[in-house]
Design a protein around this ligand. Structure first.
Ligand code: SF4
Length: 308
């Protein structure tokens, strides 16, 4: 059996070493679609494995640990979401990929942190009205950054939501003079943190920023899940890259769900043992795949444009 192992950047380095590909949710979704494996082991969280199954319904998709979920999913009650969506029936419903399969069935577009700005800008350019779910922080940032007035659902990433602007501000002041200290932040962080950031972007965009950084930096603080620091340091061991603080004296910011992917469980999943995504019925897959395909085709066009 042809088994493909995918790992998200937020998994531990030893798990990443077991993977054929390491990436963010968009990269991994595109790889899963391209590779045509018989079995995909997804070292990540449940919504990612579900997304992989939705776009590859004939492939066996295994999540090493069923408990690897995401607070953006568990904080979203689907019945309440349906009522909210009905309240705005004349709006386009844009949902972050960090959402359950059922959530995707009542969405018009799925976005990742890498393409959310462009997709929503495109919808507004076409004169559409937009509602955004489930990430409150990301929605608040988009409204602030672009002057939108999108109604936004109220769930957060429990990891990124812990970053606090006061502590980061204090740390940055201690670290050096302006111009030599930088803050990169993921848009799942709270708006006051994002307002402080020199760069706001997805995991891949932050990696690219670090890779291409030229000049002098005394310290570069990173406000995202700690796993990404490993990938950044592999790319640029010459830079002083540090985790942004969540409260005074603490440098910890790990996603408990991503860390459920242990070496042992990934090994077992590669042998077909683990939590198989086999509970999505045809109707759910048929409805959920549409907004995902819209996103994949939008991103593919954009990538072709920038490659041209
Ligand atoms: S880091 Fe946050 S958004 Fe990502 S899986 Fe963990 S809880 Fe969910």
């Amino acid at each position: 059996m042809n088994t493909l192992t995918l790992a998200h950047y937020y998994t531990t380095p030893d798990v990443q070493e077991m993977a054929d590909y390491v990436g963010d949710s968009l990269e991994l979704a595109l790889i899963a679609q391209r590779e045509k494996a018989d079995r995909i082991v997804f070292a990540g969280v449940k919504f990612m494995a579900e997304t992989t199954k939705i776009i590859n319904p004939d492939t066996q998709v295994i999540l090493p640990d069923e408990a690897a979920t995401c607070s953006l999913v568990t904080q979203t009650d689907i019945d309440a979401l349906k009522q909210w969506r009905e309240q705005y029936s004349d709006h386009v419903h844009v949902s972050y990929i960090n959402s359950s399969a059922e959530h995707k069935t009542i969405s018009d577009w799925i976005v990742t942190s890498r393409n959310v700005d462009d997709i929503i800008a495109d919808l507004y350019a076409q004169g559409e009205k937009v509602i955004f779910s489930p990430d409150r922080n990301m929605g608040a940032y988009l409204n602030y950054q672009y002057g939108y007035e999108m109604p936004v659902w109220n769930a957060v990433c429990e990891v990124h939501d812990k970053f606090k602007d006061e502590q980061i501000n204090y740390m940055m002041k201690q670290a050096g003079s302006e111009g030599n200290v930088f803050l990169l932040a993921h848009p799942e962080s709270p708006l006051p943190v994002l307002k402080l950031a020199d760069f706001v972007g997805s995991t891949k965009q932050m990696l690219d920023w670090v890779k291409e950084f030229k000049g002098e930096a005394h310290n570069i603080f990173i406000a995202t899940e700690e796993g990404l620091l490993h990938n950044m340091r592999q790319l640029r061991s010459d830079l002083n890259l540090q985790q942004a603080p969540i409260y005074s004296g603490c440098q910890c910011n790990a996603c408990p769900y991503m860390k459920r992917n242990t070496v042992e469980l990934v090994k077992q999943a590669q042998q077909g043992k683990g939590f198989e995504i086999n509970y999505l019925d045809e109707d759910t897959i048929a409805k959920a795949v549409k907004p995902i395909e819209r996103m994949l085709s939008f991103s593919e066009k954009q990538m072709n444009k920038s490659a041209a």
